[in-house]
Design a protein around this ligand. Structure first.
Ligand code: CAO
Length: 444
């Protein structure tokens, strides 16, 4: 016959007024003998108190933060197990530092002193499987010390979670079961986000002893290279890039540029083809506003910009920097050429501030002064597209049944295929080529 039994705190050695740091059951729970009911914490260790009987919790008499001693009532249990009310010397619900079995009272206090051992074992066990998460969260796992009951440590261990990585939301930062579960959820989400959960994991780079093959010298990367390298890597692996190519006939533009150059040489302003391209890109962005946009943080909305700031990749001895020319729609070619000269000089003198590299809508990377036929630039996120410009060369072009010599400028535009369709990209670059071929359109 079912009977209501009082479950009390067993003999816990000399400890009195011990804090309850975790309550694992609630009224209505069905529990088995040996299931942990509460966790007590002394100044030396945490101990789980298991149930002596199988039954249903009728009423909880304690809560987290309560102080209890031997004999304090933990809960009322409806049980059909034989036994009756637990006596103070009933050892069947002795607390245990890590095991479900109940040790003798003396043994409990001895084990309590040793209770740190299981937590250290938990940390060592968890290392291999959680190293990835630790790296993901960029935390140092060696020094942190977690506050968690043996039951929670065990739970974390079963899930392969290094408890020291889990931020506790309980009293005094204690790690709760929810904290462990949330940690796992968030780590899984981040792993998926970092392309780890969908079969896109990449092999680690092999560690090669280059000295085996010949003389070497080790040179640290510049700060700029490290920063831009990390950004380029992120953009390359997270944005589905497509590169669309075209050629613009800039024969007339080049003639006009030379005229302008001669005119402005006295003012020490050098007008390169790039100034025209910056302006032409903005004319194209005005016609195709979805290129003058960014995805918002959710990835579900397009933020359309009503300003036209263009980033220009500048090659400096320290590495690549991308200062931004502001409000290009409000500026003429000469003004842009002047600003371009100034900003690239300042970039090479390491005088560009972080603010001057922010707020870009679209970037241009010109290798036209160097050479090469085409290249695939990496999108400068959160922008959606980037224009690569290579060296213009004179080519025979077929016109009116004959071949004529024209100066052709190779264009390579990489775009974010999540937002921009191939047809839209083709329309954009064809229009851009038309604008460059007929500079009167810059004024429209
Ligand atoms: N075709 C033919 N000639 C070109 C040209 C093109 N597309 N672009 C520039 N030129 C000519 C210029 O007219 C200039 O000729 P002159 O000296 O005879 O007048 C010469 O090449 C040098 O131009 P420049 O490079 O000094 O000037 P710019 O305005 O074209 O470019 C800047 C400025 C800062 C963009 C450039 O110096 C630079 O740093 N480019 C490198 C960008 C880069 O590294 N991109 C790679 C990113 S992806 O890793």
């Amino acid at each position: 016959m079912a009977e209501i039994k009082q479950v009390i705190v067993p003999d816990i050695g000399d400890y009195k007024d011990v804090s309850i740091i975790d309550v694992m059951v609630k009224a209505g729970d069905k529990i088995n003998a040996e299931d942990n009911l509460i966790t007590l914490e002394t100044d030396k260790a945490a101990m789980d108190v298991p149930s002596p009987y199988t039954g249903v919790v009728k009423e909880l008499k304690v809560k987290v933060g309560d102080k209890v001693s031997q004999g304090s009532v933990i809960l009322m249990l409806e049980s059909s197990d034989s036994g009756g009310v637990l006596q103070k010397n009933d050892q069947s619900s002795q607390p245990t530092p890590n095991k479900a079995t109940a040790p003798a009272a003396k043994e409990v206090s001895e084990k309590a002193v040793e209770a740190k051992v299981p937590s250290q074992v938990a940390r060592a066990d968890a290392q291999p499987s959680t190293q990835g998460m630790a790296q993901l969260l960029n935390r140092d796992t060696s020094s942190a010390k977690a506050h968690a009951s043996p039951a929670i440590r065990r739970f974390a261990r079963e899930l392969g979670v290094d408890i020291v990585l889990v931020k506790g939301s309980g009293e005094k930062g204690r790690v709760t079961k929810d904290d462990v579960q949330n940690f796992v959820k968030s780590a899984l989400g981040q792993t998926r986000g970092a392309a780890g959960g969908n079969g896109l994991q990449v092999l680690a780079m092999p560690v090669v002893d280059f000295a085996k093959f010949g003389a070497i010298e080790s040179k640290p990367l510049s700060r700029i290279k490290k920063l831009s390298g990390a950004n380029l890597h992120r953009n390359w692996v997270t944005i589905p890039h497509i590169t669309q190519f075209d050629e613009a006939d800039i024969t007339e533009m080049e003639a006009f540029r030379k005229e302008l150059n001669a005119e402005y040489a006295k003012q020490n302003i050098k007008i390169t083809p790039l100034a025209f391209m910056i302006k032409a890109v903005v004319v194209a962005l005005q016609k195709y506003p979805e290129f003058n946009a960014s995805l918002d943080a959710s990835g579900e909305n397009l933020i359309l910009k009503q300003y036209f700031h263009i980033g220009v990749a500048v090659d400096t001895p320290e590495g690549l920097v991308v200062p931004v020319l502001r409000d290009v729609d409000k500026k003429g070619i000469v003004q842009l050429a002047k600003e371009l000269g100034e900003i690239s000089t300042r970039a090479r003198e390491k005088k560009i501030t972080a603010a001057e590299m922010q707020g870009g809508c679209f970037s241009i990377s010109s290798l036209g002064g160097i050479g090469g036929t085409a290249f695939t630039p990496i999108i400068n996120a959160p922008e959606l597209a980037i224009l690569g410009v290579s060296k213009a060369i004179i080519k025979p072009m077929h016109q009116d049944d004959t071949f004529v010599a024209r100066l052709m400028l190779p264009l390579s535009m990489s775009y974010d295929h999540r937002v921009i369709d191939g047809a839209a990209a083709a329309r954009f670059i064809v229009f851009l080529s038309q604008v460059l071929s007929d500079t009167r359109r810059l004024a429209l």
